[in-house]
Design a protein around this ligand. Structure first.
Ligand code: GRF
Length: 208
């Protein structure tokens, strides 16, 4: 049984997609054991509670340094014996110390085709706004293993979606979520749960 911990800060639609994919058997032999938020009013916490999942809140403001905050997160995840950590709209940057405990066991979803529109400053609607300003005809989302460098870890799955005339950042964000994010995140977790992901430097090989 793969024990999953999900780090959230907001709406939790990706968390919901993951819960549903486990429930329906798309992701085998796995359970979300903990949803951990750095924001006490995150709607994702309500989704977790509705699904009977334990929740914890750890705020950055309660710690003197980022390193102590990272340590508190890692400690809590260890308490729940978490095997795989999923960032799902988690609005804090994890430091190098965190990854010593969870190397190649932390995934993130980013709402663009990395390396485009990624890295510091590209989060939430800003990503989609930048895609529209650049006049792109396609965008998408990327699931990757997380390393200390923001949005730069080994890519697991990417999928494209059309940008349409008349799109607003909000419309585009919704299309990227519905047509890409809620599918590729569960798929990446399914591959991990089946032991089919191998990391070789920056490359992720999917074993057949
Ligand atoms: C998603 O767009 C995800 O790609 C990004 O943050 C957003 C989180 O949305 N990392 P939600 O909280 O899963 O609804």
């Amino acid at each position: 049984m793969l024990r999953i911990g999900v780090l959230v800060s907001g709406g939790g639609t990706n968390l919901q997609a993951i819960i549903d994919a486990i429930e329906s058997g798309v992701i085998p032999d796995s359970k979300v054991e903990l949803v951990l938020s750095n924001k006490e009013d995150a709607m994702a916490l309500d989704r977790a509670t509705s699904a009977g999942i334990s929740t914890e809140i750890i705020k950055r403001s309660e710690y003197e340094s980022s390193a102590e905050f990272d340590e508190a997160l890692a400690q809590t995840l260890s308490t729940y014996s978490i095997d795989l950590v999923l960032l799902a709209g988690f609005m804090a940057i994890l430091g190098a110390g965190f990854f010593t405990k969870f190397e190649n066991r932390v995934m993130n979803i980013h709402p663009a085709l990395i390396p485009s529109f990624s890295g510091a400053g590209y989060y939430g609607l800003k990503v989609h706004q930048a895609v529209l300003e650049a006049g792109c005809k396609i965008t998408g989302a990327s699931v990757h293993f997380v390393t200390p460098e923001v949005d730069a870890g080994p890519l697991i799955i990417q999928k494209a979606v059309a940008v349409k005339q008349g799109d607003t950042p909000e419309l585009l964000q919704r299309r990227v979520m519905e047509e890409v994010e809620w599918l590729i995140y569960p798929e990446a977790i399914r591959l991990f749960a089946l032991g089919l992901l191998e990391v070789h430097g920056r490359q992720v090989i999917i074993k057949q």
